[in-house]
Design a protein. Structure first.
Length: 214
């Protein structure tokens, strides 16, 4: 089964995609993971992407699409995949459709995780990350036992520079203008299912599983 998880920043797509990947035995494919893997492997696309990112520029669609083409061709994706953070635009979705059509495949289900904007801002602004082991915390939802210190390794917790409210609201604006139109794009094919994304992880995961199987 070929799946797409849609949702604004902070909606929990990455967490839910990992759970789905484990349960269904198919890979989670995200733009960030594809870029990191290609850079590490030193592929031609990886080297090109690395040069662009080092200049502080956005990686263009054609490179991201090329990375997906290569990644989805690997043996572990033969039985399907879960896309998290790709496609981001209708242009990318159209390129994705072309790639899959050439292989006799299609997107089977698109799950949109819906969360109110103020809830998203609170989630992201409250995030804290350990500088040493990268463990994640939240000042309200999952605080550390000792303020400012990681429970796992004792490292210092910090707030990412782009996790401030102004930046988060701008990221949400970009999502609404560029990525949210994908819901209507895929809804024309009857494959979209919307799931409330507020509450504990487990009930949301159960709702996503039900939406996929519906």
């Amino acid at each position: 089964m070929n799946l797409i998880l849609l949702g604004p920043p902070g909606a929990g797509k990455g967490t839910q995609a990992k759970l789905l990947a484990e349960r269904r035995g198919i890979p989670q494919i995200s733009t960030g993971d594809m870029l990191r893997a290609a850079v590490k492997a030193g592929t031609p696309l990886g080297r090109e992407a690395q040069a662009i990112m080092e200049r502080g520029e956005l990686v263009p669609d054609e490179i991201v699409i090329g990375l997906f083409h290569d990644r989805s061709s690997q043996a572990d994706a033969a039985g399907g995949f879960i896309l998290d953070g790709f496609p981001r635009t209708v242009t990318q979705a159209e390129a994705l459709r072309k790639i899959l059509s050439e292989r006799g495949r299609r997107i089977d289900r698109v799950v949109s995780i819906d969360v109110a904007e103020d809830e998203l801002v609170g989630r992201i602004v409250g995030r804290r990350t350990c500088r040493s082991c990268q463990a994640m915390y939240h000042v309200k939802a999952s605080p550390p036992k000792v303020a400012g210190r990681c429970d796992r390794c004792g490292g210092e917790l910090h707030q990412r520079a782009d996790d401030n409210e102004d930046t988060v609201r701008e990221r949400l604006r970009v999502y609404r203008s560029q990525t949210e139109p994908l819901i209507a794009y895929y809804d024309r094919e009857g494959v979209v299912r919307r799931v409330p994304g507020t509450g504990p992880i487990e009930p949301i995961f159960a709702a996503i599983r039900a939406a996929i199987e519906a």
